[in-house]
Write a protein that binds this ligand. Sequence first.
Ligand code: MEV
Length: 315
Amino acid sequence: MTAAVSASAPGKIILTGEHFVVHGSYAVAAGINRRVRVTVKPSKNGFSSIASGKDSSKVASEDGKFRAAKTIIRKLVQDYEQNSNPIEVQIDSDIPAGSGLGSSAAVSVACTAAITKYFGNIVSSKDLFALAMFGEKQVHGNPSGIDIEASISGGIILFNKSTGAKTIKTQNRVSLGVIYSGEKRSTSLLVAKVARQRDAHPNFFRNLTKSASYQSLELTDALNRGDVERIGTLFNIAQTELEWIGVSTPSIQKIIERVSGEGTYGAKITGAGGGGSIIVAAKPQILSSLINSLIANYPHSFVTQLNQEGLRWEP
Ligand code: MEV
């Protein structure tokens, strides 16, 4: 009997360029210290199934659950209904779904890696990216691929849809605060909303897309130097532009106001917005106490260093 296989992949934050990256800009993303672990083993039930926490579903069922993972399983397990060797897929995640922290991408990446290895086929990063994108397209509609790329590679990446990802090195370890607002949102609806903005104001949007690229290139330099103050300034510029395209919300504004003050350099939405999460750059001496002061109201608040490991095998 085939042994169980486990893989884990990190969630992500986007530091600059979300949304504009779908329309061709550069963007910067990083893996975070919150992961999804996927275990694949032979099924005892005679059918393929998937489970996470208290929720479970047959892979063959069209109940709307686990859409990304099911798309990948169906792609990889041809004729799954008649398959003589059905599988059981277990997902353990410490990334809240719908929080803008890349949980669906991490599920897609860890699922693809664990299932392909289970079937005796370790795929290259390029093939893994292409397979994991099948899952991401189920959830995102028109994904740029940045979430999948950041989850595979971990670390920090400068990403562009046409040219792919380049690793960004930092001289000093940079840490950022991450705060989940608790407001769930749908990435595909937000991406569609932004596409309508682009169609309504094409010239304005083209300039914002260029601006996102300049911010991402300048951020690459700030990260290289470990210059947290400049990183924060770029976050504030990016946030203003994300507000202009309509993806900020009162709950996001409230958190940004709450973290602004002595020792904070800047804060912004991370990911699609419409709720979700914010990131904050602050003086290293105050970052932990700032984040701890938010936990009572926002339990998913944490500090992450930007040197997290990407996809890895688990025992
Ligand atoms: C979502 O994490 C980032 C977006 O830019 C969409 C994408 O790039 O696929 C909003």
